[in-house]
Design a protein around this ligand. Structure first.
Ligand code: NOJ
Length: 561
């Protein structure tokens, strides 16, 4: 029997080392809020957000309906890539406070029913990290093989990732992202004997680096953290094969230990390939704007000029987008994670990609239509801070701390807007001292005003999260199926069902009235949620439901048999 299983897994191209899927129960109800710590809340008036600031806003976060936060890195950093260039994995960066402040944040969050995920930058360090400084030395030492180095610079660099440098060590090192981020040496999938810089998985360098990774994970979990989002999780093993067997072996090894040591903890991967990530052992793969996730995300929400997708996105008042490719891809992703276990969650956006208000989605109603997608998918929702109030994408935000990669990412990293007070309530600092400027529009979305307004984006998000919580069919257990017309996708319609409970979610981001018919799922369709009941109509005949949606509308219908 075992042999048949092995043969089958090999046939399917999957690693034989795949660990059994381990999912803590709480994950089913998780609703995750992603925070960029430098701009969430400044408690000490220095113009930069901090941990005490975040702690002071936990009630707000809980009251919105979130029960888990993921913070971008808060560790000692050289700040040349927004904290993703770490110089000490065991220390909170002084700009954010102390390790004690993090412990207090975690304990307070737990007392309010909120889990805390940290960001694990596993693939690289800053070039100012003490390990790298040692590794740069000409004499051999304990850290020489913590990074990937060639011997000698007197020949052509073997590839574009090899970096020219003036360090005492005679060789090129490999970067993982920016040049200031040397890649940690976890080894090569199949080291080539004539490539002297390529070491195997079990070589002393990679073995030591894996041990360091476990130590870092254990340190924060022992403090009480509930897990991590792992940066560039697929990048650790170099020259991996197509199926990423090398890096999956590594993560399988980590998860075998992690799941036993911290059975209630989870890990999210920045990978955007659920087949690979979930079989590696991750609990949630992030369907971001790149990789397989990009094939869903980009055509739906971000008009783009790259070759991956058409240049017109679906969630736009022009109403010229298409969904077939995105929905077929999503269906495949859905089937994949249901088969393997775990989830593939599509975040609203992140500190790396534009806010949802981009593409002229400037009105509250457009924002409600777009955000409904992310809150009604069959996976734990992930909302980037500020999206719940429809913060603007600030095109004029200056480059900051390595924000520029293929685009200036400052646009989506500006301070959270809490109120109409000074600096939008983010900080008492002189505005010139702020990490990034706050929105300078005469009126800008902010928490205080939106909390008081039942028609605000924030009220809508809170109500929708409450509905999701009270309605299992809309949660992770409910089935998901595209039921609309794939080629005339205004409105776009999908069903969420669980047992006899049936719902459909109907979207019309276009600035015109549209209508569509689907085969009847029951005798009665009742409007339960949306941006306004008067904008949506459903007529149920013997065989069909006909949805007529006014301009810029979204509706959730309950369908009874
Ligand atoms: C992905 C992170 O989200 C991004 O902000 C960072 O620049 C790179 N990884 C490198 O760590």
């Amino acid at each position: 029997m075992k042999r048949v299983l092995i043969a089958l897994t090999l046939l399917l191209g999957l690693s034989t080392t795949t660990t059994a899927k381990h999912q803590p129960e709480w994950l089913k109800d998780a609703v995750i809020y992603h925070i960029y710590p430098s701009t969430y809340m400044d408690s000490d008036g220095d113009g930069i957000g901090d941990l005490k600031g975040i702690t002071s806003r936990l009630d707000y976060i809980r009251d919105c309906g979130f029960n888990c936060i993921w913070m971008s890195p808060c560790f000692a950093s050289a700040w040349q890539d927004g904290g993703y260039d770490i110089i000490d994995f065991y220390k909170v960066d002084p700009r954010f406070g102390t390790n004690d402040d993090l412990k207090k944040l975690i304990d307070t969050a737990h007392s309010k029913g909120i889990k805390v995920l940290l960001d694990l930058v596993a693939g690289h360090t800053s070039n100012k990290h003490p390990w790298f400084k040692e590794s740069c030395k000409a004499e051999k030492n304990a850290y020489s093989d913590y990074y990937i180095w060639t011997v000698g610079k007197n020949y052509k660099k073997p590839g574009p990732k090899f970096v020219n440098n003036n360090y005492p060590r005679d060789g090129y090192y490999i970067r993982n992202f920016f040049e200031i981020q040397p890649a940690l040496n976890y080894g090569y999938y199949n080291p080539k004997p004539n490539h002297h810089w390529e070491q195997g998985y079990d070589a002393p360098g990679p073995t030591a680096v894996r041990a360091e990774l476990k130590k870092i994970i254990a340190f924060w979990c022992d403090m009480g953290a509930d897990g991590f989002r792992v940066d560039m999780a697929q990048s650790l093993i170099k020259s991996d094969n197509k199926n990423r067997d090398g890096v999956r072996r590594l993560w399988n090894e980590i998860f075998e230990w992690y799941n036993a040591a911290y059975p209630e903890n989870i890990m999210l991967s920045e990978w955007s390939n659920p087949e690979q990530s979930l079989s590696a052992g991750f609990n949630i793969d992030l369907l971001i704007h790149n990789g397989i996730g990009g094939k869903v995300y980009r055509p739906l929400v971000c008009e783009t000029t790259d070759k991956m997708v058409p240049t017109v996105c679906y969630f736009n008042r022009k109403g010229e987008g298409q969904v077939r490719a995105a929905m077929e891809q999503y269906t495949e992703i859905y089937n994949t994670y249901r088969r393997i276990g775990g989830y593939a969650s599509m975040p609203t956006n992140s500190h790396d990609i534009w806010r949802l208000t981009r593409m002229n989605r400037t009105s509250a109603e457009e924002q409600k239509v777009a955000i409904t997608l992310f809150l009604t998918l069959p996976t734990p929702p992930i909302v980037y801070y500020g999206e719940e109030i429809g913060m603007r994408n600030l095109e004029y935000a200056p480059a900051k701390e390595g924000s520029v990669s293929s685009r200036n990412r400052s646009v989506c990293r500006t301070p959270m807007q809490w109120s109409t007070e000074k600096n939008a309530g983010f900080s008492t600092a002189d505005p010139a001292k702020l990490y990034l400027p706050v929105d300078n529009a005469p009126t800008f979305p902010n928490v205080a005003e939106q909390l008081a307004d039942p028609n605000s984006v924030l009220s809508y998000v809170k109500d929708l999260l409450a509905l999701r919580k009270a309605t299992p069919a809309l949660g992770v257990e409910g089935e998901w199926k595209y039921v609309g017309d794939m080629d005339n996708p205004y409105p776009m319609i999908y069903a969420r069902t669980l047992g006899t409970e049936q719902y459909v979610v109907v979207f019309n981001p276009a600035d015109r009235t549209v209508s569509s018919t689907i085969p009847a799922m029951g005798k009665k369709a009742e409007w339960v949620f949306g941006n306004n009941a008067s904008l949506a109509k459903c007529k149920t005949g013997k065989d069909v439901h006909t949805f007529t949606m006014k301009p810029i509308s979204v509706a959730i219908y309950k369908i009874s048999r």
